[in-house]
Design a protein around this ligand. Structure first.
Ligand code: ZN
Length: 86
């Protein structure tokens, strides 16, 4: 293997790992409120819901929606094909 091939394998592996992580963990703790679900400066008297995650404490990771759509669409197409062949 040439150094270029090694680099390509490493990049492909990292991409696969990243996609797998995105599939298994589509949500990550909200960076704006650090997973607390409330605005910075909230206290007992004044409780503000985080605008970014709207209090859910998690945000969807970039690209995870597209990934899920693509995978589910691919599965649907496979199923449709299998039905046709039967
Ligand atoms: Zn938040």
């Amino acid at each position: 293997m040439t150094p270029h091939e090694v680099l390509a394998v490493i990049i492909a592996g990292a991409a696969a790992w990243w996609l797998w992580n995105l599939w298994v963990h589509p949500f990550r703790p909200c960076p704006r409120c650090a997973g607390k679900g409330v605005n910075r400066g909230s206290n007992k008297r004044w409780h503000g819901t985080c605008r970014r995650c709207r209090g859910s404490k998690h945000v969807q990771r970039l690209g995870s929606r597209q990934l899920h759509k693509a995978i589910l669409a691919g599965r649907g197409a496979q199923r449709a094909r299998a039905k046709k062949n039967r």
